[in-house]
Design a protein around this ligand. Sequence first.
Ligand SMILES: Cc1cc2nc3c(=O)[nH]c(=O)nc-3n(C[C@H](O)[C@H](O)[C@H](O)COP(=O)(O)OP(=O)(O)OC[C@H]3O[C@@H](n4cnc5c(N)ncnc54)[C@H](O)[C@@H]3O)c2cc1C
Length: 537
Amino acid sequence: MTHLPRQFDYIVVGAGSAGAVVASRLSEDPHNQVLLIEAGPDDKSLWSRIPLGFAKIIFNKKYTSWDHQTEPEEAINGRQYALPYGRLVGGSSAINGLVHVRGIKSDYDAWVQAGAEGWSWEENLPFHRRYESDHRGNTSLHGADGPISVERARWKNPLADAYIDTAAKTLGTGKNVDFNSGEPAGSGYWDLATHRGMRSSTSQTFLKEARKRSNLTVLTESTVTKINFEGKRATGVTYRHGSEELQVTAAKEVILSSGALLTPKLLQLSGVGPAALLKEHGIEVIHDLPGVGENLMDHFQVGRKYTTNSRYTFNKVMRTPIQQALNGIRYFAGDRNGPLTIGASLAGSYLQASELSDDVDLQLHFLPFMPGDKGWDLAKFSGFRLGMYQGRPKSRGHARITSADPLASASYTFNHLSEEEDRQVLLAGMRIAGKIAAAMPAEYDVKEIAPGPEADASDEALLDYIKETGDTAFHYAGTARMGTDPLSVVDPQLRVHGITGLRVVDASVMPGELTANIHAGVLMIAERGADFILRSK
Ligand SMILES: Cc1cc2nc3c(=O)[nH]c(=O)nc-3n(C[C@H](O)[C@H](O)[C@H](O)COP(=O)(O)OP(=O)(O)OC[C@H]3O[C@@H](n4cnc5c(N)ncnc54)[C@H](O)[C@@H]3O)c2cc1C
């Protein structure tokens, strides 16, 4: 630690999905001295490389933080739940469920309408193409030369095929569509961020190459506690490494990429945020920015559960130690097309569930897996889940510090289901999922476990089931929203309003949710953020 230079051109806070991309791109110019600071350890877990390892690594507190939870959520009967994220080099990209989808064109139109000028689908497309090597090769929609490899899910099997056929017939839309075309209505296998069946995280792709450069320094197990300012200019950061408290300066910019839960906390701790909140905790106000921590959002995920006699569920193919060993051998020595290559979901559908919406408004996930009582184990029977969430929920919450102590958790409120439209879309989605399951071929002997006929009998009962069982899809976003109105936090070039030398580049800047698992959107934001910085030199 004592050998670390005290001044860099750029300091990037958080080596997660976005931060790793930004630091890598900035260090491509050998004239830039770049420091990347990460609170967690290096990404050394084998479970991070294997897609199915997702189900294991998220319960490993060395790599996944379980330090934060929601406040009691009023509209879901006062329930609280944990908010895990990847706390390691690679961030959530090293522990997430790998499903790779960009969202739909109208998501980005909604961003532009919310003040994110220049962020339409067409304007973002070159940056999606820049980070990816897509299995379709180089096309007008896809890139073939980027560090993140994108493949079609590799464990194709008859039960998943039957889901795709049945969903396509029930919904009256296509099958095996390109979910990343911007117009994804239909059903099929998901694309995953994998390379030959292994996770393609930002730590193992972008950073692996960039760390060979002498102008990039990566500090691990170092938590930034404060952004330092001279007047309204960000000049560097204070961080803790073990028992040491150290400072380092940035000649050009500090870039916050700490994720949507922690970026607003760091801004608030540093004196940038709602003045009243900062004063309440005795923090000197550097700049009164009322939107910092507001607009917190997530996808609220619910599902239907089924038993089946199919052999093609996890509960069947990974039941015994011998099966697990054989699948392991097949994975490491074979074609890597087996069950170990599955992410958080195998197949699914994009659909318009509610007439209240004017576009696709729901993602439906087919997961041939039924957990046991402990949550991480396998149930003894063969089963699958049809999980879902609304694409662009309207409910919004907030993230607010509870103390000036950087080690204290902020408080997180999402206000899930506080908007009528959000309740209606999920009700409609649950009904449609029920229809698809009921239409599955008789040979699979599909029977519903939950919610069951009683809950299905009325909207009221079904809504109650949704409130009692739904929780996070891990797509936290929006807490440093881009825009130009008084409640926005960054401008469309991701510079913090009212401050110089400070940008936010991570999921925090999203004005609204994407109708997608949001990792692809975060990578695109990171590519654009790096581009803005390099162009502004
Ligand atoms: C369990 C899980 C499953 C998911 N599954 C999917 C999926 O299947 N598909 C998909 O598209 N999306 C998925 N997501 C969402 C997606 O992975 C995230 O939205 C995305 O990775 C967020 O990127 P980020 O750069 O904003 O933050 P992160 O990738 O979370 O990075 C933030 C980094 O900053 C570090 N940090 C925070 N504070 C500090 C500090 N003060 N000092 C230093 N470092 C700090 C953190 O340790 C972390 O490494 C999932 C997320 C989770 C948590």
